[in-house]
Design a protein around this ligand. Structure first.
Ligand SMILES: *Cc1c(COP(=O)(O)O)cnc(C)c1O
Length: 429
């Protein structure tokens, strides 16, 4: 397999782009080598500029849940394009997408569209502070909530991959109101709540994807909901990744809780830049123009992005691929575990609906500390061998892999062959 053209573009890209990427998760920092440059994609496959074809399990880090360039989505976008790209005024499409989203989340009466997951979270945090009059926020180590200052402590995703404890350039004042707790450890939250009377919200990924996939225990998540309610602390579910991924609606419903504020992104834009935050009428009425919390956006509710979102969610509801996802994820789990066993490689697999990933670790992974014990060198070997065998994965041990509804049985067969080759390589045989 040749990567000549990718290499060429990478070197060219270094000149005027930072590291030749526009998001550090796309750099191959932790797996070595140069990032692949993509030419095009269709269905479950993605093709790089050297003409190599891969089964795509990155799927733009989640959004492409139907696979690439689904016919109906393409048609909706083309139609919207003919009417103009941006107006700075309201359109019917925004109302339609808002209804689809609100209907899918119990307790969500109103939603505000923004342009990214980061924007959704920073707005949700401002909203929690506006509603409660308190400033402090509890977040969990290993959870990633976008790159706003206050959330760039003990964060997963690119920071975990690059082994950064936080980001330079974040003033201490900006994180002074951020308290860190441990995922799946209710006591660590209780302690903060007992010691601080001015907490606005607890924010979490209801199922994590940014330290790899980690599910909350029943006792932890139910306890967290009760504890926050009891103390008048809002619960923010950051479902930017999990929203519409494992059911039509949120992971919070699957794990049996209801958030006060929900953040969305990724899938709801169908590949275009869309984020959203939503809550009950009572909470959302704080937001301007109804209330005194300011939040705005020139391109928010962009008509092309709304068309992509509406058509993606409509088709997703029609296909209802969630049982198929469970089945494929089950197969993939078995393939990974059997491959590891065959070559005597320590492996733990975590999954939730259409999110799955292996950890190169012998022990169960329940939080960020567990995840960090993984053998990232083994992951790097595994990653490159998967690439060479036609499977495109996130270039990090700490990112979830994603399934799309365009995956075929043939894709799963090819995946199995790739895993066998990759595990053999990891074992050094
Ligand atoms: C991706 C992600 C974000 C950030 O979204 P962007 O669109 O990259 O700004 C926030 N929270 C979670 C849980 C995410 O997975």
């Amino acid at each position: 397999m040749k990567f000549k053209q990718s290499e060429k573009l990478y070197n060219k890209g270094l000149e005027n782009l930072v590291g030749a990427v526009n998001s550090p998760v796309r750099a191959f920092a932790s797996v070595g080598g140069n990032p692949l440059f993509i030419d095009k994609a269709k269905g479950s496959k993605i093709k790089d500029v050297d003409g190599n074809r891969y089964i795509d399990m990155v799927l733009s880090y989640g959004p492409m849940i139907l696979g690439h360039r689904h016919k109906k989505v393409e048609k909706a976008i083309s139609k919207a394009l003919k009417n103009g790209y941006s107006f700075g005024a309201s359109t019917n499409a925004e109302i339609k997408l808002a209804k689809i989203v609100c209907d899918a989340f119990p307790g969500m009466d109103k939603v505000r569209f923004v342009n990214s997951g980061t924007e959704a979270v920073l707005s949700a945090i401002r909203l929690a502070r506006a509603h409660t009059g308190n400033d402090k926020i509890i977040k969990f180590s290993g959870c990633y909530h976008g790159h706003m200052d206050a959330m760039l402590v003990a964060a997963g995703s690119g920071l975990a991959t690059l082994s950064l404890p936080g980001s330079k350039g974040v003033p201490s004042l900006a994180v002074e109101n951020t308290l860190i707790a441990e995922y799946n450890n209710l006591e660590s939250v209780k302690k903060h709540i007992e010691e601080n009377s001015d907490i606005a919200a607890v924010i979490l990924e209801p199922v994590t994807g940014n330290m790899g996939v980690v599910q909350p225990s029943d006792a932890f998540i139910k306890g967290l909901r009760e504890l926050t309610k009891e103390h008048g602390v809002l619960l923010i579910c950051d479902e930017v990744m999990t929203g519409f991924r494992s059911k039509f609606g949120g992971a919070q419903e699957l794990i049996g809780i209801e958030a006060d504020i929900t953040c969305l992104g990724k899938v709801i834009g169908g590949g275009f830049p869309v984020g959203a935050y939503g809550a009950s009428n009572e909470i959302m009425e704080n937001v301007a123009p109804l209330g005194g919390m300011y939040q705005a956006g020139t391109l928010s509710g962009n008509p092309i992005a709304m068309a992509a979102g509406i058509s993606t969610l409509t088709e997703l509801k029609r296909q209802n691929p969630y049982e198929k996802f469970e089945k494929i994820a089950g197969k993939i789990e078995t393939i990974l575990l059997e491959g590891a066993k065959k070559y005597n490689v320590d492996l733990t697999v975590n999954k939730f609906g259409s999110m799955i990933n292996p950890f190169f670790a012998a022990e169960e992974v329940k939080n960020f500390t567990d995840a960090q014990k993984c053998d990232t060198d083994k992951f790097a070997v595994f990653f490159w061998e998967m690439i060479k065998n036609g499977v495109f994965l996130p270039p990090s041990q700490f990112e979830s892999w994603f399934l799309c509804s365009a995956l075929s049985d043939k894709d799963v067969e090819n995946f199995e062959k790739a895993v066998d080759a990759a595990m053999k390589m990891v074992a050094g045989k």
